[in-house]
Every structure is written in structure tokens, then in C-alpha cells.
Design a protein around this ligand. Sequence first.
Ligand code: F3S
Length: 670
Amino acid sequence: MKIFIADNAGFCFGVRRAFNITEKELQKKSGNIYSLGQLVHNQDVVKSFGNKGLKPINALNETDGGKVIVRSHGIPKSKEAEIRNANLDLVDCTCPDVKSVHKKVAKYHEEGYNIIIIGDSIHPEVVGINGWCDNKAFIVNTIEDADQLPNMDKMCIVSQTTNTQEKFDTLSNVIKTKGQDVQIFNTICQATTDRQNSAKEIAKKVDAMIVIGGHNSSNTSKLYEISKKYCQTVYHIERITELSLQELSKFNTIGITAGASTPDWIIKEAIEEMSNHNNNNEMIEAIENSFVRIQRNDIVKGEVIFVTDEEVMVNINYKSDGIIEQNELAKDPDLKPKDLYKEGDEIEVYVINIDDGEGNVVLSTKRVEEFKKWEELEESFETEEILEAEILRVVKGGLIAIVEGVNGFMPASHISVNYVSNLDKFKDKTLRVRILDIDKQKRRMILSRKIVEQEELEEKREKLWESLEIDETIEGVVRRLTDFGAFVDLGGVDGLIHISDLSWHRVKHPSDVVSPNDKVEVKVLDFDKDKNRISLGLKQTIEEPWTVFKDNAEIGDIVEGTVVNLLDFGAFIRLEEGVDGLLHVSQISQDHVNQPSDVLNTGDKVSVKIIDIDEDEKRISLSMKAIEEDKEETKKENLQNDNNFETGANETEEDESDNDITIQDMIEDN
Ligand code: F3S
């Protein structure tokens, strides 16, 4: 019996990543760790993680603090918020390929497109994707579903990542006839396509196919369907124990493939069981040749077999040995192979090429560290980690920076949230950045400091909104003026001082009171976070002049003032900045005054008597006539007193004239 093992069988990149992250989290032993749903569609893996402390849950109310692992299928946006609101730490293992579908769907939904997901409506991945367009997607899984779709103007079609190409093509061809502006994204992941193609090729040439994977795993079921098309006998199993090995021995050729959630050890177990049963040399050879599966860019462990002056030969447990040429050994070209390694050394190597044309695998030790750095950076990209970048130089369109020993490019548009005209000022500076995009294979990394700034600003804004209190006095900087007020930056959020709240006295234009970049203390009058509106008051930070005046003045007081306005019915006298009183025409003089301008001019300084204060209306009535009357009264009293003491006989005309107070006197006195 000959056995063929399909390439790309077993864990896909996304599941392996989720598996590794979960392992690391469990090793930390830092409290409860839950997985929202089963981490992978494989009972043995679930059981093994369960023994290490991972608790699968269906709902958040089953938790008691700790971390929640989001599996590679991803979850709706609202669920992420629920986890955070429940004070749980979210460990996001969503496959980057699925994540990019989320982003696509969110973007097109926001732009008014109807989202169509080709997939199974109850599959967690599809449920998750739908949650990034407010659960408004049309989910199409059959031709009938596609036929029933209404006609639409704008349409964005995506696929469940594990669909078959055939299904996607068939359904998208029907769906697109229903729309005017149709955007089609084939979001089937490459790992799925590769696995399905390999399964198809093997199924074509064997007598029986064994598909290993969870019975509830969508991608394994699809492998079964594909295999069934090309091979008459196909078994879908989770473990080899489900099969009668006796029955298998009747086939000359057997093909094996496995779903994305099937770990290597389950595939190995299946092969070994079959091997033991048949004691078949060909099968053993198949195991030896196929168990260690390598591909370009892998880092694998090996043992040095021998070292020559030009190269190092390494056993990497692959069907062929690997060679490291001298120029791939170390960065220092003067180091010789024998300076570095000896027979029996265990080393890590990077796979440059599977076959050098003579059947050897081409390896490098020089690239291991660099590749690991790229892998770490890729991890930082996925986890959105903030990194430090040292700016090396300015180039056309941006900056070259070094992050953890690897060079990256920061486009000018991503240097800051503010416009940057002079890039030179960043040279030799260390900036906090996030990786915007990374391509490990092409050794390309794009950085952004703007995203970090935006997040910090957002955080600052959130804090500010949370801390705002009505009547609180806070500091800000005047940013811009308009005819109706001044906008003040309170630290990421702008508030408005309406022109009427700038000063207690009348203001023609905000520039009469403040200028851009002025630092000001303002009072919070009102705010509405939903409408992003904050009303501020500048005048409210000082006591109203009216209040100060009224607390210190009384009816009968004689006060000084300046004529500021002359009208037919009277004159307005400014007693303090912001406090004007009315001198009615009838109160200007004992003599008849036709109109105020006959005896007063704007700008005249006058003495006036307060004859009334109306606190409700904030009005002050003034009189000059009352002062004249008071003086006459005083004069009369003095005369009376003089007569009483018979001392008035010698009173001169000059004395009398001293007591004759005129309006002119009252003005000139001032
Ligand atoms: Fe991701 Fe594709 Fe696997 S979408 S989880 S790599 S099947």
C-alpha cells in the first residue's frame, strides 16, 4: 500500500497562531482564561487545553474576571465592546485574514454599500463578519438565496474564508446581476485554496481518501466534499481509531488530508497506526519523507552532520539534508564554517530554498535572527503594539526609521496628525510608532506615528469628556475666532465661548477681548458629548460688575461717571466698566432742559446722585438735578442757621455765589 499525504494538511497559519498565543497565555498562569466558543474544531485539542486551564464558554456571564481568548473565527464588533465592558482582558486571536474581511465590510458598510456574505449564516466566522456592518449583511449560501436577493444600487460581496472557489464563483456571478455598483472581494484565504487544491490532486490518484478533522469543522467538511468528487471512497474521521485498519488494507493507494484545526500529532498518529498495522516499508518511507514538511522562509531545528571549509551540512529531519554556504553563515564574511560550527551542534536554520537543483535544501543561519525579528514585528503589527522608531534619514516622501534593528519607511502623511512642512526636524529623534503594514517576504515595513498620536488624542479626549463638570473653571488655548465667538482648545476637544459670554460689557467682535493662542481660564457652562459641544464662559470667571457695584452703592450716593450716550430722553452715564446708569432728561437740571445734548457732551465727566436701583431689571437711575437741590437745601439751611445766630447781616454776595451750583460746575468739577 502506498500512502500520499497532501501538502498544506493540518493547522493553517491562523489556527496555529491562535494555538500558540493561547499556549503562551496559559503558561503565564495569570488567572482565569476563557475561550469564547471552542478554540478549534477539534475535541482532542480542546481537551488538552482544558487540562491546562482553558475554559470554553458560550456567554460572558459564565466568566469571573480574567482573560477571554477570541478564536481565529473572530467576533462581532459589539462583542469586543461587551468583553471590555465586562472588565475582561481580550486576547485577540482573530486570524489576520478574517480581520481584514472585518475591515473591508466596515468600510463599505459605512460608504453605503449593501454587504453580501457568501457563507453559512450560523458559522461563527460569518456571524462575526456580519457584526462589523451592524448585522445588516445579506447572507447567501445557495443559488436560491442568491436568486431571492432584491436589486440594489451598491453592493459589496465577500466570502467566508473557507468557501470553495467554485461556490464563490457560482454565487457571486448570480449576485452581481442584482446590483449597479458591485464590489467583489474574493476573501477565501490562500491557505484554504492551497489545502483544497492539494486534496483534489491527491484524491484524483488514490483508491481511498482519509480526511482528518472535526465533524463540525466547515473547512474539513469542504475537504470531504472535494475529495468525494474525485475519489469514490472517502472517510471523514477525527481520529484514526474511528477506522477499521483491516478495511484499509484492501486499498493500494491511500491519500491523507486534514482540516485547518487538526494538529500534526493527530496526523502523525494516523500514519503510525496504519504503518504498524501493515508493517509496510513503503508506508514507513512515506512517513519519513512526509512528516517533516518544510517550506521556504521556515525556521527549523537541525543537527550539524559535517563541516567543510566552504559549507555546513545539516540534518533537518527532512527527506533531504540542508546546506549552509559560507556566505549564509554569519554577517561577518571572514568567519569560516569551522570557526562557527562542529559536527553534532544543534542549530536553528532558515529555509531559503527547498531544492538547490541537486536535491539539497538551501539553508541560512545568518537570516535566522533577521527573520525572527520580522516575525516579531509581524506579531507587533497584528497586536497593534506601539514601538520605538529611531529616525535615520529624510527621503523623498517621508522618513527612514529603524525599529528593533529593522528599517522601515514612514510616509510624510503618517508623521503627525498635524501638517508637517519640515521633515528634517525629526532626524535622530525617537518616535512612538505603530506598524501600518508589513510584508515579511518583501522585507517591507510601513510605519505611522500619526495613528499613535490619534489614539493618544482620543484617549485624552475621552478623559476630558469624563472629567468635565458644569461650573468648573478649566484652562484652554484660544484657537480661532469667528464673528459669533472664540473656539478654545481644552486639550483635544474644542469648546466655544459665545460672543455674549466673553465679557460683561458689550463686545463688537471677539477679537476685542481675546486673540488666537491666548491662554485663558474659562468656566464650563454646558456640554453635550453626543453632539460634541461644550459651551464656555470667559466673563463668568470674574464677578459681574453690576453685582460688585450694587453691593457697594446705595441710593443717595453721589458718584462720578462719564457720559457715554446721549439720547432724546436722557443720557447714559458709565459708572464702572459694565455698569451704566440713566440720567433722565428731567433729572439733568432744575432748569428746563430740552434735550440732553443741549447741556452734555459724550465723554463729559459728571457727578451724579443715585436716585434708584432696580435690582431685578439691573437699572440705575441717576440725577444731577438732585445734587443741585441738595446744595440749595444746604444753602437754605445755612442761611437759616446764620439768621438764627444773627450773623448773616454781613454776608457778602460773593459768599452767596459760592453756593450757586450749576450743571457746568458739576461737569467742570470732574
Ligand atoms: Fe485564517 Fe485561513 Fe486559517 S482565514 S484561520 S488562515 S483557514
